[in-house]
Design a protein around this ligand. Structure first.
Ligand code: HEC
Ligand code: HEC
Length: 446
């Protein structure tokens, strides 16, 4: 008798416990890293938080050949270049070789007949050949047949990109951190455009340009803001291009595989293992986009008297004209719902991203930065010598500076500024030593 009561009570308690846990989990998700680098933005609800941690797994997932990896690729996960072996998921690439992207190209047309130094910073979309037939414009450093030979018949080879002899331009891009990407996405087009007028009114020599693009799939024309040349208008497109370019996984937005063989098609011997095109029906693409959209912005470093003094110099030298200290997100911000019936998109409103300050220290415009920094390669509306004003938030956590990560010395990053910013850089050089140090302390506080 007693035993029966005990069993009934225990069963009831268990049922209540499970039900309680279920109810609680609707309101509470264990999220120790809210607002931290690699963690979610503050203010998400439990559902949004849960989906954030679920989709983080896709970001870290090592994709397989059966899931569409390759035929040529650079890495098996986004994480491999964005944070692996550093402290934070979504962080900076660990070096400037294995986690970089290398692009190549040649001049064509009129500009190919002039000395390189005369035209290097003025090359546009129409002036360069992306070397598709050699597997360009991104150099694939790994191939599925070399990495997974056991999966393919003997003699089956997916050729690596071969840089054709005489290739004129090899451009390196360092993998920056992805913290705060959703806030950047949330800035209205008009607010970025407004920066052009703001710069015109302060100093006409420093005016940047919009890298405008057509984003017909989502909401028509949109101002480019992602990538070192503002070459992508939104995270969905960037992610689809990275999925294809860096990992060889095609989607409906970027449906073409890159091959280095002249036939530009799969060697037939691969077809028993690789999935049909597009490799990803949009399911992973959308999840990856959601995850990045909710990554928290980087926290500030130490603010001291010295850094506060340096901030004044930052303004006085007009660094802040391009490196705009603050912008705001739009009153309504929607991100792709990770459970969308791909390739169709459902949208989710994220209140935590609405009307938020974006202390990125960028105008999200491109500026001509001189011949030393020009890479000879154009992307969409940006010429070879034009670069996005790099967001300076999170600088205290960074290891490599400039688009190619060419220096680890913050002072040198400033003196490398040429083109439009040459005069500002020259004024930095003339500063008394103490003022220079204060300015660097300010940068390290961002
Ligand atoms: C082989 C290394 C590599 C892999 C793999 C990789 N990336 Fe990147 N990523 C880069 C580099 C290099 C850049 C800088 C490119 C540029 O600025 O033109 C970049 C830039 C970005 C940006 C733009 C950041 C900004 O500040 O505007 C986003 C977003 C991004 N990557 C997302 C992804 C996602 C999502 C994946 C996985 C599908 C991924 N990346 C895989 C190297 C990589
Ligand atoms: C004309 C606009 C402009 C002005 C003025 C300007 N910058 Fe920049 N800054 C840029 C651009 C564009 C880049 C990216 C260049 C590249 O990667 O090749 C950049 C890059 C940087 C970087 C490297 C960041 C990174 O993570 O790679 C630092 C640091 C920096 N600027 C600080 C400054 C300071 C300090 C000043 C004032 C002395 C200044 N900038 C003035 C446009 C400007």
């Amino acid at each position: 008798m007693g035993k029966k009561v005990w069993v009934t009570n225990a069963a009831a308690a268990a049922v209540l416990g499970i039900a309680g846990f279920f109810v609680l989990s609707q309101f509470y998700v264990f999220a120790p890293d809210v607002g931290q680098p690699g963690g979610p933005v503050k203010g998400l609800n439990a559902e949004q938080l849960r989906l954030f941690y679920n989709t983080k797994e896709v970001f870290k997932h090592d994709f397989t050949v059966e899931e569409g990896l390759g035929p040529i690729y650079d890495a098996r996960s986004c994480y491999e270049c964005h944070g692996k072996s550093t402290r934070y998921v979504g962080g900076e690439g660990r070096d400037t070789t294995s986690t970089s992207v290398i692009r190549m190209g040649n001049r064509i047309g009129l500009k190919s007949r002039k000395p390189i130094q005369e035209v290097i910073d003025n090359i546009t979309q129409d002036d360069w050949d992306r070397l598709w037939e050699a597997g360009g414009p991104i150099i694939g450093r790994k191939s599925i047949t070399a990495e997974f030979p056991e999966k393919f018949p003997i003699g089956c080879v997916a050729e690596l990109t071969i840089v054709p002899p005489g290739t004129e331009f090899i451009g390196i891009r360092h993998a920056g951190p992805l913290f705060g990407m959703g806030l950047i996405e949330g800035i209205a087009n008009a607010d970025i455009a407004q920066n052009v007028f703001k710069e015109l009114s302060i100093n006409t020599k420093l005016v940047g340009r919009i890298n405008g693009q057509s984003d017909l799939l989502l909401d028509g024309p949109r101002v480019g803001r992602f990538g070192a040349k503002c070459q992508f208008p939104n995270l969905l497109h960037f992610t689809s291009a990275a999925f294809e370019g860096e990992m060889g996984i095609t989607t409906h937005l970027t449906p073409f595989e890159r091959f280095s063989n002249s036939e530009r098609q799969y060697p037939p011997c691969l077809s028993s293992v690789v999935p049909p095109e597009p490799n990803d029906d949009g399911t992973n693409l959308i999840k990856l986009t959601y995850y990045q959209s909710l990554l928290a912005p980087p926290p500030r470093g130490p603010i001291t008297q010295q850094s506060q003094h340096g901030e004044k110099t930052f303004d006085k030298l007009q660094c802040s004209v391009c490196h705009t200290p603050i912008m705001y997100t739009a009153p309504l911000v929607k991100v792709p719902h990770p459970n969308s019936p791909a390739p169709r998109l459902w949208w989710m409103e994220v209140k935590a991203l609405e009307n938020q300050p974006v202390r990125a220290y960028s105008d999200f415009l491109v500026h001509p930065m001189g011949r030393e920094l020009a890479d000879g390669l154009s992307q969409n509306g940006a010429k070879s010598g034009e670069w996005r004003t790099t967001p300076l938030w999170g600088l205290h956590m960074r290891r490599f500076y400039m688009h190619d990560g060419r220096t680890k010395d913050l002072g040198e990053a400033i003196t490398l500024h040429g083109g439009q910013a040459a005069e500002v850089a020259a004024n930095y050089k003339k500063l008394p030593q103490q003022d220079k140090e204060d300015l660097l302390a300010f940068l390290k506080s961002l």
